[in-house]
Ligand binder design. Structure first.
Ligand code: C2E
Ligand code: MG
Ligand code: MG
Ligand code: MG
Length: 280
């Protein structure tokens, strides 16, 4: 009896695998078609200087305008894009769209800001990223210092020496780097020594309860102090309240982004927005 059940289970397991592979292939085709039909859109979330209240940068965050399902958020398709390898094409598309947006801002005489773009592991496992960045900067006549990349510590783990070589080459061109989601996952302080890091993005999980949780306050203060000793800037992610903003300013955190000031918005909305927050 047990044997029979085992056999059934095995068959069931097998079927599941087939189903998953089938879905993946479909997912890859969907993503490729969506790229071709230009259904993706880059949204921008303003990033503020906490002292001056001015926007100095924006994070590029991709969305999918699905013809039937409506607006789809990255958590639903980035993992599929990563598993199928489509993230490389999608990543380049986000890169080109962001650089094109910087060029358009210049034509419109808008103030310079930096655009911070999220990099996926597959993009840091291929040296051609360097050539493609160079080509795009030349094509759109955009200076390298207006482009920044956000990497998580796990992003570089596929091939550490190659990722380091890519990062150092881009850094020498004038591109800046942030460590995203700092304090979570594979956080390792030794990477701060080995990577050319300009900024730490303190993960939202430390900000959520900042007002009430003294441990979070101490951790955040310590991260900021450590970063500053290493000449690295700090940015707090996910600021949702005025009190959080004020605490972070008190702690000498340099920058912040979050729903308190603005969600990620379309380029059009970003252009219409006020680039300064008036805090009474
Ligand atoms: P991330 O890079 O850590 O981006 C921050 C996420 O937090 C964004 O979610 C942003 O909308 C959200 N966020 C910002 N402020 C607040 C806040 O005050 N409260 C809350 N609850 N959330 C806030 P989003 O846009 O859904 O992106 C999720 C993740 O998807 C990103 O996390 C990033 O890892 C990935 N992603 C997005 N765009 C790209 C892309 O172009 N390429 C790659 N490789 N990954 C991307
Ligand atoms: Mg990010
Ligand atoms: Mg983040
Ligand atoms: Mg995050």
């Amino acid at each position: 009896q047990a044997k029979k059940e085992g056999k059934n289970q095995y068959a069931f397991y097998n079927e599941n695998i087939k189903l998953t592979t089938h879905n993946l292939v479909k997912g890859e085709k969907d993503l490729a078609a969506a790229l071709q039909r230009e259904e993706f859109e880059v949204y921008f979330q303003p990033q503020f200087n906490l002292k001056t209240n001015q926007v100095f940068a924006a994070e590029a965050l991709v969305r999918w305008n699905h013809p039937e399902k409506g607006l789809i958020f990255p958590d639903e398709f980035i993992p599929i894009a990563e598993r199928t390898g489509k993230i490389v094409d999608l990543g380049y598309w986000v890169l080109e769209s962001s650089i094109a947006y910087l060029a358009q801002r210049k034509l419109d005489n808008r103030p310079d800001i930096t655009i911070h773009i999220n990099l996926a592991p597959a993009q840091l496992s291929d040296f051609s990223l360097v050539t493609r960045v160079k080509t795009l900067l030349t094509k759109y006549q955009v200076p390298a210092h207006l482009v920044g990349f956000e990497v998580t510590e796990s992003t570089i783990l596929t091939d550490v020496p190659l990722a380091q070589k890519i990062l150092h080459t881009l850094k020498n061109m004038g591109i800046c780097f942030s460590i995203d989601d700092f304090g979570t996952g594979y956080s390792s302080l030794s990477q701060l020594k080995q990577l050319p890091v300009n900024m730490l993005k303190i993960d939202r999980s430390f900000i959520i309860e900042l007002e009430s949780n003294e441990d979070d306050q101490k951790i955040v203060e310590a991260i900021i102090a450590m970063a500053h000793k290493l000449n690295i800037k700090t940015l707090a992610e996910g600021i949702e309240t005025r009190k959080q903003w004020q605490l972070l300013e008190e702690f000498q955190c340099d920058f912040g982004q979050g729903y308190y000031v603005s969600k990620p918005i379309t380029a059009e909305a970003f252009n219409q927005g006020n680039l300064i927050v008036h805090s009474e």
